[in-house]
Structures are given as C-alpha cells and as structure tokens.
Design a protein around this ligand. Structure first.
Ligand code: OSB
Ligand code: MG
Length: 369
C-alpha cells in the first residue's frame, strides 16, 4: 500500500454546550483532520488533542507542526504491507501520540476500504453494537447537572460519568445519588487530587461508583496502587496509560481495576490492539474514552469499541451531543437502549462530507510523493 499524498486541515467547530473538566472549560474545538490517499483509496484520521496542552502535552498547534515537519515526511511516498508498519516508521519521533494516531488510523481506514470490509471487522471486532455512556462536564450549578443527567438517561445512555474536582465532588455526588440512587455512575477527576486527599477520597466509597477515573497525577502509576489499596471503589486509569507496557505495570502493582483506552493517547490502533490483548489476558476490562471528537474520530472510536474486551460502556456518544451538524454522513446516532450499531459499510463506514470540511477549514497543507 503506497501512501501517495496527504491533506492536513484545521477545522473549527463550536460545541453545542461548553464542556468543563478539572483543568479547563471548552466552548469550541480546533481539530486537525488528515486525509490520505493510499493506492488511490481515501483514509481519514483525526488528531484528538485539545487546543491547549492541558489533558496531555500535545496541542492543536504542536500536532500541526510535528505532522508537517516530521511525521508526514516520514510516511508520504512509502509503501507498507500493513498499517502497523506506519506506526513503526514514526517511532523515531518521541511522544506526539495523538499526531501519530491520526496518520496510522487514516491508513487503517484506507486499508479496510481496500479490503472491502468494515474497519471494525478488520480490527478483529466482535460486537455488532456498542454500549454507550456519556461524560458530563462541571456545570455552573448542581441543578444544571441533574437536568443533564435526566436528559441523557431519557435518551437511553447506559452510564453517567461526571467530571469532579475538589469543591465539585462529594456534595455533587450526594445530590446525584439522592435523585438517581440506582444508576451506573462514575467520576473522572482528571488528576485533580493528591495522596494528601486520601481521607477525602475515602468518602467516595459510599456512592457505589462503577469506578473513579484518574484521581491522581497524570503521569503516575505507582501512587495509584497505594490509593487503590485504601479504596473500595475501582480505580480506572486514563492519562497514565500510553501503551500495553503501562497497562501491564499498572495491573501488576494493583494501580487500577479498569482502563480507559483512547486512540489518540495510546498513539493509534496498533498500540490500542496491544493494550486490548494485554488487558484481556489479565482479565481487566477496558472501555473507549472520548476527546470530544468530530465524526471521523468518533467513527474510529466506534470501531475500536467492538473489540471483545471493551466490555464496559464507553464515552462514545451521539454526534448531536457535541455538534449542531457533524462532518460525517450519517451522523452517529444512539438507540433508545443506549447503543451505537457498528456500521456495515467498508472502511470507516461513514462518509466524510468534504464540502463541509472545506467550509470549516482555517487552512490546509498538502504533501505529494
Ligand atoms: O478525561 O475523559 C477525559 C474530554 C476531554 C479531555 C479529557 C476527557 C474528556 C471527556 C469527554 O471525558 C468524553 C467525550 O464525550 O468525548
Ligand atoms: Mg478521563
């Protein structure tokens, strides 16, 4: 498969509602989309990092620079036998996992299209529909959050994740549990606590959370094991896990009982497949995280979520929760029972609306072999 050319674009889209984590409030997204031509077949990838380097060290502008100056020159004009070769070529570049993932994932989509099979089947997926949860950001008032939960449950979503931080945690979870005693509920701290908060974090146990996501430092595994020994609630790691070795280490020392897999954070499908195999082997369930993706990244997340060890509802939800109008056709829709059907079509399984992408683009950069 020869990677003949690339078009890198930055699109900007406002979010339907702002999204606030322990580190920032976001009103719009600046998203890099990569369109590759591979043996005359198109493949799309998305860089999932934020506009600012808060979730990870990558940002929209650093990813654009690294793609333009380093990653695209490493792959354009080359031929690969399999998409995982592309990950191998990019290995000399340290870090920049989300920029790399856009390249590798675009090649996977083209590869599946060439085989005439849906991407999810080519990856080894076994589920025809995936279970969906939602991630709800920090709001101005608890009432706003309770209303949002009500709405998402009515739409069918199978579990509710709420963002938490010191000052927006115990009292908020208390109110949620009063109103919704039985729902599948979890909290995501995005590293907002330290071990000095142990006494405070112990209070979370009474809310019967499915899990507590990334309570401690973004780059820590070791101290999460210390915390997990002190809590009844399962810890789920997000930010700290970058590849299968991290997962193996975290599992070996008891730092978590569940792992969130994000394609961007782990550097693309081949790394995600390794992580999937390692966690499955260890009997640790995983689920697919989200980064407020456009339809392209969302389609990749759906494909990943069909793998057998993705046995918990993920943060992959309907296009309309994020965008007034998505860039793919059809948009991602969720059934009344809170599932998304794996697409039947070959490749990505969704058509990218090129005219819409063009109209949203702030700039584009083209590279030919
Ligand atoms: O930690 O999972 C996270 C969004 C941006 C950055 C980090 C996270 C998130 C989400 C949103 O939780 C998930 C989604 O709906 O895409
Ligand atoms: Mg998270």
């Amino acid at each position: 498969m020869k990677i003949e050319s690339a078009t890198l674009r930055e699109i900007q889209m406002p979010l339907v509602t702002f999204f606030e984590t322990s580190f920032a409030r976001m009103h719009q997204r600046r998203i890099l989309l990569l369109q590759l031509q591979v043996d005359g077949v198109e493949g799309w990838g998305e860089v999932t990092c934020g506009e600012a380097p808060f979730y990870s060290s990558e940002s929209t502008d650093t990813a654009a620079l690294v793609l333009r100056d380093f990653l695209l020159p490493m792959v354009i004009g080359k031929s690969c036998a399999h998409p995982r070769d592309v990950a191998h070529w990019m290995r000399p570049v340290r870090g920049h996992a989300m920029a790399k993932a856009a390249v590798e994932n675009a090649v996977w989509a083209a590869h599946a299209a060439q085989l005439g099979q849906p991407l999810w089947q080519v990856l080894g997926g076994t589920r025809r529909e995936i279970a969906c949860g939602v991630s709800l950001g920090i709001k101005d008032a608890v009432e706003d959050l309770l209303e949002a939960i009500e709405r998402e449950l009515a739409a069918g979503y199978q579990r509710i994740k709420v963002k938490i931080k010191p000052g927006w945690d115990v009292a908020v979870l208390e109110r949620i549990r009063q109103r919704f005693p039985e729902i599948a509920l979890m909290g995501d701290a995005n590293s907002a606590y330290t071990l000095a908060d142990l006494g405070h974090l112990r209070q979370f146990d009474r809310f019967e959370l499915m899990m507590l996501e990334q309570p401690l430092w973004h780059d820590d595994i070791f101290f999460h094991a210390r915390l997990q020994r002190e809590l009844r609630t399962a810890i789920c790691l997000d930010e700290s896990i970058h590849h299968a070795r991290d997962a193996e280490q975290a599992i070996a020392i008891g730092a978590c009982r569940i792992i969130n897999v994000k394609l961007g954070r782990v550097g693309g499908f081949s790394s995600a497949l390794e992580l999937h195999a390692a966690t499955q082997q260890a009997g640790v369930p995983v689920w697919c995280g989200g980064m407020l993706e456009s339809g392209v990244g969302r389609a990749h997340n759906i494909a990943l979520s069909t793998l057998p060890n993705f046995s918990l509802p993920g943060d992959v939800s309907a296009s309309r929760r994020y965008w007034h109008e998505d860039i793919i056709e059809p948009e991602v829709a969720v059934s009344p029972s809170g599932t998304i059907a794996a697409p039947a079509g070959a490749g990505l399984g969704f058509a990218v609306r090129l005219e819409r992408v063009e109209s949203l683009s702030k700039w584009k950069h083209q590279v030919h072999a």
